[in-house]
Design a protein around this ligand. Structure first.
Ligand SMILES: CC(C)(COP(=O)(O)OP(=O)(O)OC[C@H]1O[C@@H](n2cnc3c(N)ncnc32)[C@H](O)[C@@H]1OP(=O)(O)O)[C@@H](O)C(=O)NCCC(=O)NCCS
Length: 170
């Protein structure tokens, strides 16, 4: 199997969108209700700079998963914090790709000087909850009934991974 994990480029936007839109229509892992357009995803991609990478995992040149570090909050004091996203093509689950992509993002985040990574997860998403736990993320908040999709209220857990000791607090 010829696989690769690399930075995404604009030609990956359609594949990224296709993977994502499957979950928009079928899952509570995203709180979008309607499929995104190519322009939506292109704008999102262009909002990611060198400090906020988008990565893809390819099998024989086909993108089967993607991940990203996205700005957590626009106010400058939050610049050491980023939010992670990871989406695997539903036909490629449970092959270790999600773990690989998040571990790679953690390494990239460290190299980029981030201090904290945040992940927001709908609590009924057992795969995502388990993935975050297994990689050392700690659940730091849980909001109840903050989302509504498929005619039911949904809870959201926020996970945090602190990447390095901050001497300024000691
Ligand atoms: C969550 C997701 C990224 C996991 O990706 P994956 O490639 O299938 O997962 P991996 O094979 O790398 O598994 C890594 C760990 O995740 C957990 N996990 C993955 N799928 C799971 C499942 N169906 N049930 C329980 N735990 C699961 C396990 O802890 C697993 O470790 P293990 O195999 O040693 O038990 C994938 O299911 C997905 O894309 N879901 C939809 C999008 C989403 O929820 N994204 C996360 C929020 S941004």
């Amino acid at each position: 199997m010829d696989t690769s994990l690399r930075l995404a480029n604009e030609s990956d936007v359609d594949a990224i969108s296709e993977i994502y839109n499957h979950y928009v229509l079928s899952s509570t892992c995203t709180f979008h209700l309607d499929p995104e357009t190519r322009d939506d995803r292109l704008a999102w991609f262009r909002a990611h700079d060198d400090r906020h990478p988008v990565t893809v995992y390819c099998d024989d040149g086909t993108v089967v998963a993607w991940a990203s570090l996205t700005q957590w909050h626009p106010r400058p004091a939050y610049s050491g914090t980023a939010e992670i996203s990871v989406y695997i093509d539903h036909r490629w689950h449970r092959r270790g790709i999600g773990r690989k992509l998040v571990m790679d993002l953690i390494q990239r985040a460290k190299a980029l000087g981030f201090h904290v990574l945040i992940g927001g997860v709908c609590t009924e998403q057992q795969a995502s909850m388990a993935l975050h736990h297994s990689l050392g993320f700690v659940e730091v908040a849980r909001f109840t009934e903050v989302g509504r999709k498929f005619d039911r209220w949904l809870d959201v857990a926020y996970f945090q991974l602190t990447l390095g000791k901050d001497d300024s607090r000691s």
